[in-house]
Design a binder for this molecule. Sequence first.
Ligand SMILES: Cc1cc2ncn([C@H]3O[C@H](COP(=O)(O)O)[C@@H](O)[C@H]3O)c2cc1C
Ligand SMILES: O=C(O)c1cccnc1
Length: 334
Amino acid sequence: MTFDQQLQQKIDLKTKPIRALGTLEDLAFQIAKVQQTLTPQLHHPTILVYAADHGLAKEGVSAYPQEVTPQMVYNFLQGGAAINVFCNQNNIALKIVDAGVNADFPVHENLISSKAGYGTANMLNHKAMTEEQLTYCFTAAEKHIESLVSSKCNIVGFGEMGIGNTSAASLIMSSLLDIPIAECTGRGTGVDDLNFLRKQQILQQVHANHPNLKTPREILQTFGGFEIAQMCGAMLAAHKNNMLLMIDGFICSSAFLVAYHINPAILNNAIFCHQSDEQGHRILLERIGARAILNLSLRLGEGTGCALSYPIIQSAVNFLNNMASFESANVSNK
Ligand SMILES: Cc1cc2ncn([C@H]3O[C@H](COP(=O)(O)O)[C@@H](O)[C@H]3O)c2cc1C
Ligand SMILES: O=C(O)c1cccnc1
């Protein structure tokens, strides 16, 4: 029997009708296959929240001002954000990464300083970042993952904070998947009808001002925020270390999309935690053949979808390891 057959048999012989644990069975199969063991384990779950500012925010593409990015970083460090609450609830370690916020922060045990700049350039007229900044993002992100590996973490979630970053995510998605901007653009933090129209027009303009982008790297350099670039680099590094990746909402998925175009095998390690209400996320997931665990109409980011779905991921591992089989429990199979 192949490993996959043994694993499927182990799942099928648990005391339940075939497929009765639905998505949990898929998760158990995926996790055991990544770890190449019939008894997978989750160690030191950690969420990295990448924060950065966006030059395009000056164009009024968000319902909130750019200052909210550093203010939310302080909130994360003080333990007051949604992601803090859900991580505490589920015993998930949380680290905040300053990937390029337009402010300086004091040293803090939960803050990783990884600044690629004080916000990206305004991509209406410039590439968001230089090649050097993109390279820095990838190199720095590898170090974040190395540090998690040395603390024996084998499952990492990604979250983000950056006013204006739904715009960056929409542009990346539209370019990589060749889908019109309008289908990839949502209301983000909740822009009203008039500003939603303006947001779409600005994004069309940005798109038109950067023709002939060829590689995923070039697309990331042109539209990406520093937080999106560092998430992308960290995802690639986490995959290289055979970790499980928890992917959050729309923005996190746009970083994943770039990583996937660089190395499609990363899909094997990725768990899509929730389907965001942000327009475009459903289509993005569909296009890569992914199904999210939760659909709670969230549109927050920060990694909240990862923190909320972690107990379900744990349940998948626990049923595989701890549930009785028909034989061990003396239950008739058929
Ligand atoms: C208080 C607050 C907390 C947040 N936490 C995450 N986001 C989310 O909203 C932002 C993206 O939406 P847009 O592209 O419309 O700016 C990101 O920072 C994202 O993480 C927040 C936004 C706000 C206002
Ligand atoms: O899905 C997301 O990641 C998202 C949606 C809206 C605002 N911030 C994040």
